[in-house]
Design a protein around this ligand. Structure first.
Ligand code: ATR
Length: 276
């Protein structure tokens, strides 16, 4: 009897997750035999669920909202990018029984921006909106691209200032209310406002000419932030996070299976599906 390697995504809410579809497409494309499911797990049930998953022979997990910090604590070993983010979205059972924690969100975003959309970050002025877990996951990888400046602006100013201290002032933290008179080549929405179709309060003319807007969230219809980029800021591109989702999944797949799937065909398929 062949035993199929088992993988899963844990999170809450999880029913609309595209991860099982993405990993199943990756597995077909790379001729890997595996099963990938989605399981509703919240902060209270996380430890019991993750312990049982690996005890039952599970090989690897993705962890999404609200579990990334808990997954970081659960991992017995961490990659450098996970340590920098203090958050883990990928767990892997290693041959010695230890659990490796990785964070593939930052590389997923950078790959989508630079490879899929041809957007150079070097010497660009970059603004991140929000100072929560999503921001934490992408800062280090964005800084590696050597932008001219990186600013993290948050509704609660203190949280952005604290994050800047934690990252040794490698970027500037500020409040959303101090952004007037500034213009950026790339504005990344890492707030959770899109989840309720809200827009953070933003000044006009925040985007430089030919600038790009990128929402880490994704939706079947354009998010409030994507619409703001298109309609109010005249962005050359106003993108949501579907590409990043597929790219972070590909990095997790690579970590687990040692082979990197082709992401372009999967992104094209998911884009076609959501356009109906
Ligand atoms: P995540 O893990 O998704 O980043 P989080 O850690 O709860 O979630 O952080 C949510 C972020 O979205 C915070 O930066 C939050 O701002 P505050 O720190 O001021 O709460 C931001 N946010 C959520 N809703 C927002 C809104 N309507 N306008 C502006 N910022 C918002």
């Amino acid at each position: 009897m062949t035993i199929i390697d088992r993988y899963a995504v844990f999170g809450s809410p999880i029913s609309h997750s595209k991860s099982p579809r993405i990993h199943t497409l990756f597995a077909e494309q790379t001729h890997q035999a595996l099963e990938y499911t989605a399981q509703e797990v919240n902060a209270e049930t996380f430890i019991a669920a993750v312990t049982e998953f690996f005890a039952q022979g599970g090989k690897g997990l993705n962890c999404t909202v609200p579990l990334k910090e808990l997954a970081y604590q659960f991992a017995t070993e961490k990659t450098e990018r996970a340590k920098a983010a203090k958050a883990v979205n990928t767990l892997k059972l290693q041959s010695d029984g230890s659990i490796l924690g990785d964070n593939t969100d930052g590389i997923g975003l950078v790959n989508d921006l630079t490879i899929n959309h041809g957007i150079e970050l070097k010497n660009k002025r970059v603004l991140i909106l929000g100072a929560g877990g999503a921001t934490r996951g992408i800062i280090t990888l964005l800084l590696e691209q050597k932008p001219d400046c990186l600013i993290v602006a948050n509704r609660t100013t203190e949280k952005a200032l604290q994050l800047a201290i934690e990252f040794n002032h490698s970027f500037e933290g500020c409040g959303l209310d101090t952004l007037h008179d500034k213009a950026f080549d790339l504005i990344i929405n890492a707030t959770s406002a899109s989840l309720s179709d809200e827009l953070p309060p933003l000044p006009e003319n925040l985007l430089a000419e030919k600038g790009v807007c990128y929402d880490l969230a994704y939706s079947n219809t354009p998010t409030a932030f994507v619409r703001w980029g298109q309609e109010a800021q005249g962005a050359s591109k106003s993108l949501d996070g579907l590409g990043m989702l597929v790219e972070q999944a590909a990095e997790a797949f690579l970590l687990w299976r040692g082979v990197r799937p082709d992401t372009k065909t999967v992104i094209a398929l998911l884009n076609a599906e959501r356009q109906g």
